[in-house]
Write a protein that binds this ligand. Structure first.
Ligand code: SF4
Ligand code: SF4
Length: 176
């Protein structure tokens, strides 16, 4: 018989030995494995009471950062949306008006900025593509929800709240 992996085994329907027919040694062996696991340290984490220590490179939900003067960094260039392999980002750009210099750092800003969190694979390519240090993946988990429409994160959920740190260790996400 031709085999690609050479791992195929010919099954032989051989007679069972007395030991195999008694079943008790096999049951005893199975019980030993169960008892061994009973005394092992449990890998299950009782979330949300217990929280897992994340890796240093863990990528969670996004924020749109503000600069040190509280202005939105994003200039709606669309590079993050182009870089996104999941096509999860959609942006509508607008021009900054006179008197809005304290709100937006650049002359163009994102009037709407949406991320479909059901599409996002948290690859971080949007963060890497951004030339304005605007989009950033924090260590926060994207919260669960029962309604699919609540997974479209707009600016209300994404923009860094005024006066907060964008550092992943200390960042507190916007809460409705
Ligand atoms: S993390 Fe990846 S998949 Fe998610 S929005 Fe950014 S580029 Fe797209
Ligand atoms: S987040 Fe960055 S890459 Fe995306 S539109 Fe804004 S400035 Fe451009």
């Amino acid at each position: 018989m031709h085999s690609l992996s050479n791992r195929s085994k010919v099954v032989v329907n051989k007679e069972m030995t007395l030991k195999e027919r008694m079943y008790l040694p096999a049951i005893f062996g199975g019980m030993m494995i169960t008892i061994k696991h009973f005394f092992k340290r449990k890998p299950t984490i009782q979330y949300p009471e217990q929280k897992r220590e994340f890796s240093k490179v863990y990528r969670g939900r996004h924020i749109l950062k503000r600069d040190e003067q509280g202005r939105e960094n994003c200039t709606a260039c669309g590079l993050c949306a182009v870089a996104c392999p999941a096509e999860a980002i959609s942006i509508v750009a607008a021009e900054r008006k006179k008197g809005e210099e304290h709100l937006y750092r650049e002359e163009k800003y994102a009037k709407t900025y949406e991320i479909n969190m059901l599409r996002c694979i948290f690859c971080g390519l949007c963060e890497e593509a951004c030339p304005k240090d605007a989009v950033y993946l924090t260590e926060e988990l994207a919260p669960a929800n029962f309604d699919r429409s609540n997974f479209i994160f707009g600016k209300d959920k994404l923009v860094q709240p005024v006066g907060t740190s964008a550092h992943p260790k200390t960042y507190k996400p916007y809460k409705k």
